[in-house]
Design a binder for this molecule. Sequence first.
Ligand code: ZN
Length: 271
Amino acid sequence: MDKLIITAAPTGSMPRKEKTPHVPVTADEITENALRCEDAGASILHIHVRDENQNPSDDPQKFREVVDKLAGRTNLILQISTGGRAGVGLDSRIKRLAAHTEMASLTTGSVNFPNSAYINEPSLVEDLAREMLRLGIKPEMECFDLSMINNGILLQQAGLAKAPLHFNFVLGLKGAIPASIENLVHMRSCLPAGATWTVSGMGANQLVMGAHAIIMGGHVRVGLEDNIYYRKGELASNQQLIERMARLAREMGREVASPDEARKILSLSAK
Ligand code: ZN
């Protein structure tokens, strides 16, 4: 079994300082937090940015700022989020790729979020995939449902993504596929040969889904984007969530991958 790749998702779009003081929102905070995540065992950093009011920002320049601040200070694999809330068009999402990170997220379909619809039209998904391919950026295909796995395979068949594909299964978000072991096992069974996968469980599911991924040979994403608690009623830091997952893996006999080891596992070209 490959070593475990831990992705840190420290910021996301949702948690605000009022909810948890541990969430990094400014470029400096995200940078410092990322370095702590790397020390704790993360090898990928999934990046979102915020504006001065802590609201999610679509400004490609702000993504660039975080990437620039981290340059030369970390060996983490950087992964820009190309996600967009309602109304955010292709233009701002595709421009973020100019930061030229090793990876970027690519949601391969549409889904309901708790209070809105997250629309990713086929043409938008294809345009993002085409640009990632052109720039040599490896997509992490974000799958909120089974259909999105197949959409990823179709992108590959259309020549818009290169094997081996890498998927992130997002389970437990209201509106998307529920977080159950049966669903996780079934999602894995839908993967094409040679694909790698990671899991993002929402809220308390983060620990449960992560523990199963460790056993099943998958990888895990943890961080305040998906879950702000260490346990019921106790807020977590990103570092604590990563350290716990690394500790669990080692207890189960699975070593944690360094960023360079993760590059090999994901078939990224060496940095
Ligand atoms: Zn994200």
